[in-house]
Write a protein of this length. Structure first.
Length: 118
C-alpha cells in the first residue's frame, strides 16, 4: 500500500462538503446528512433519531457535525443515543468529516450525523 492510500473496508467515506451539502461515497446529499453503515441519507436534525437508533447494533460512536461551529447537541438527543449504547461526539462539521473518515479507516464502528456548513 502506498502511504497516500486509505482503505475504508465496506464503509462509505465522506469525500467532501461545502455550503449546504456533503459528498458521501461520490453522491451529493443536500442539507444535513446521516452516514450509517450501509446507508447515507438526508437527516432532519436532532429530533430525527429513528434511523440512528435502528443502526445501534452496527455503531459504537456517532460523530455529530454541528455546522460551522462546535455546539452541544440537545440533552434529549444525547440521552436517547447513549441509552442505546451509542457514544456521541460533537464537533464542527469539518472536523467531524475528517474524524469520521479516520475512524472508518481504522475499522471502527462509526456513524456520522452532519449539519451543513454555511
Amino acid at each position: 500500500m502506498r502511504i497516500t492510500e486509505v482503505e475504508f473496508g465496506t464503509g462509505t467515506p465522506i469525500d467532501g462538503y461545502g455550503p449546504g451539502f456533503f459528498r458521501v461515497g461520490g453522491e451529493v446529499v443536500q442539507g444535513a446528512a446521516l452516514v450509517l453503515p450501509g446507508a447515507t441519507m438526508s437527516w432532519e436534525g436532532y429530533a430525527d433519531t429513528a434511523s440512528i437508533l435502528g443502526s445501534a447494533d452496527g455503531i459504537d460512536i456517532l460523530i455529530v457535525g454541528t455546522g460551522t461551529e462546535i455546539a452541544h447537541p440537545p440533552p434529549a438527543f444525547r440521552t436517547a443515543l447513549e441509552a442505546a449504547g451509542i457514544g456521541v461526539e460533537p464537533m464542527a462539521s469539518a472536523a467531524a468529516c475528517r474524524t469520521y473518515n479516520v475512524l472508518l479507516s481504522e475499522g471502527r464502528r462509526v456513524g456520522a450525523a452532519l449539519l451543513p456548513v454555511s
